[in-house]
Design a binder for this molecule. Sequence first.
Ligand code: S3P
Length: 169
Amino acid sequence: MHSRIYLIGFMGSGKTTQGKKIARMIGYDFVDMDKWIEEKDGLTISDIFEQKGEAYFRKRETETILELNSREKVVISTGGGAPCFGENMKLLNESGLTVYLKLSPAALQSRLVNSYIERPLVSGKSETELRKTIEEMLEIRESFYMQAAMVIDGLGEVNERIVNAIQRR
Ligand code: S3P
C-alpha cells in the first residue's frame, strides 16, 4: 500500500471528512493541508486570501506539498485548488496515490450552500452565482483532477470503497 494517500477534489467534495475516516481505518496519520497552512501562518484561509492574496496562498500550497511529501503513512486532504496550479498535480502523483472524489455541480452546490462562509472563493454568492462558479471552476479543474490515479464517485459513504481500492494498490 502507498505510504501517502492524497484526496483531491472540489471544495465540498468531502476530502477532510472522508480523509479522517480513511486514516483511522488504515492506521495512518491524517493531515489537512488547509489546517496545516493556517497553523503555520497563524491566519485563517480567509485572512490569508484577504491580507496576502491568492498567489501567496498558492505558493504556500506548493511549499506544503513539498514539506509533506516525505511523511510516511499519511492521508492528506488537499485544498480544492491545490492540484490545479503549477506542477502540483505532478508532484502529488510522484509522491503517492492520488484519489479524486468526483461529484456533480449539483451535489457540490447542495453541500457548499451550508459551509461556504469560510471559503473565500465562493463565500457571499447567491445560489445562482454559486452554481455558476462551481460549473466554471470545475470545467477548468477537472482536467487536473482527472489526472488522479483513482477516480471515485464521491456520493454516499465512500470511505470503505476507497480503503478497499487503496489496499489493492
Ligand atoms: C480552495 C479550496 C479550499 C481552500 C481555499 C481555496 C480552492 O479548500 O484551500 O479556500 O481553490 O478550491 P477545500 O477544498 O478544503 O474547501
